[in-house]
Design a protein around this ligand. Sequence first.
Ligand code: TYM
Length: 393
Amino acid sequence: MELNRRVAASDASLTGDKADFQNNFKVTPWEVEGDIDYRRLMAQFGTLPITSEIIEKIKKVTGEVHPMLKSQFFFSHRDLDWILNKYDEGEGFYLYTGRGPSGMVHIGHAMPWLFTKYIQEKFDSKLLFQLTDDEKFLQNQDRSKKEIEHYVQENVLDIIAIGFDPDKTKIIVDSRDIGHLYPLAIEIARRITFSTAKSVFGFSNSTNIGMIGFPPLQAAPCFLPSLMEGRPTPVLVPAAIDQDPYWRVTRDIAERLGYYKPAQIHSKFLPGLQKLGKMSSSKPETALLTTDEPEIISKKVSTAFTGGQATISLQRMLGGNPLGCPVFWYLRYLFDTEKESDERLLKCKSGNLLCGECKSDLSKDAQTFLVEFKRRREKARDRADKFTFKGAF
Ligand code: TYM
C-alpha cells in the first residue's frame, strides 16, 4: 500500500511545552489564549501553508476559489496536496470533523463546518461528524451528564442546519456509538505512550485519567472509513488549528496500523467580540450564538471591541487599526466580498470610516445570516434520525 509522505520528521515530535516556548499565545484543544501569530504556530506545529498551487488544484474541481481560502481563513494543512492527487487519480476521500458538546454553538464553530459542507458538495465526499460528549464530560468537572446530553441534542440541530447531505453524512456520538469506536481506539491507545501524550497535550499529574485516555477516541474516526469501505481510505479533516495535536499523534501511528495518515486543512479562529483571541460560547458576551435573537446580536455587536480611536475626531485624524479589530475580521471572513473588505480596510486606516458604520454593517449581516440559520435549525428537529450512525452508510 502506498502511504502518504511525512510533512515533518515526526508529526508528534513538537511538544505542547515547546509550542508555548517564548510565545505570548497558547493554542491547545482546550485553551486558546493571547495574540496568535499563525506563521509561528505553523512552524511550531510543523504544518505547511496553503500555496497558490494547491488553491489552483482545488479550483480545478470547484471552478472557483472559496472565500475562506481567498481570505486565508483556511491557511495551513498537512497532506492536502497528497489527498488532491489521490482524488485526481480517482480515489475519493472521506471528510471527518466534529464538535465537543459543552455549550451552544457559535458562528466560529460553524465556519469550518460550512467549509466542510462546501467540500462535501464539490468533491462528493462522505462525512463522519463526531460529537465528543465523553471528552466534554471528563473535561468539565462542573457539567452533569444531563447537561452534556442536552448540548448533544442542541448541537445536532446546528450540524443538520449547516446543510450536509443526509445520504452522505453520519453523526457519531461517542457514548452512543462507542461499540464502533472502541476496537480502533484500543489499537491506537496501545501505540501512544504516556510520555508522548503528556508532551503533545500538556497533561500533568493533576489531569484526570479519563482525559489522558481520551485522545484515541478522537483519533478513531480517522481510520473508521477504511473499515467501513474495506480498503485504506483517505480522510481529510477540516477544523481550526486547535485540534491539531490529535492529528499529530494519529498520523504518527497510522502507518503502523496499515492506514493512510489523515490529511488536515486548518482554519484560524474567528476572534471573540470583546478582543482578539478565540470566540468562546462559555463567555457568551464574546460570541454570536446560532440561537441568539436579533436584539441580542445587535446588543453584542454594539458593545464589541474595535480597532478605532477613542474619539471620532481622533479617528478622523489618525485612522483606525482594522487588523486589530474583531468587527473587521468578522466582516472579512463571513460577509464582505474581497473588494468590499479591501475598501473597508483602506477607509478605516485613512480615518474615513467610523466604528459605528462597521458595527452597523456587521449587525445587519449577522442578523440576516442567523435568522435564516435559526429557521433551518428548527426544521432540523424531525430530521435527526437520518443522520444517526449505525456503522455504515
Ligand atoms: P470544539 O467543540 O471545541 O470546536 C468545534 C469546531 O470548531 C472549531 N472552532 C473554531 N473555529 C473557528 N473559530 C473559532 N473561534 C473556533 N472555536 C472552535 C474547532 O477547531 C472545531 O473544528 N474535540 C473537538 C471535537 C471533535 C473534532 C473532531 C473537531 C471531535 N472530532 C474532528 C474537529 C475535527 C472539540 O471539542 O471541538
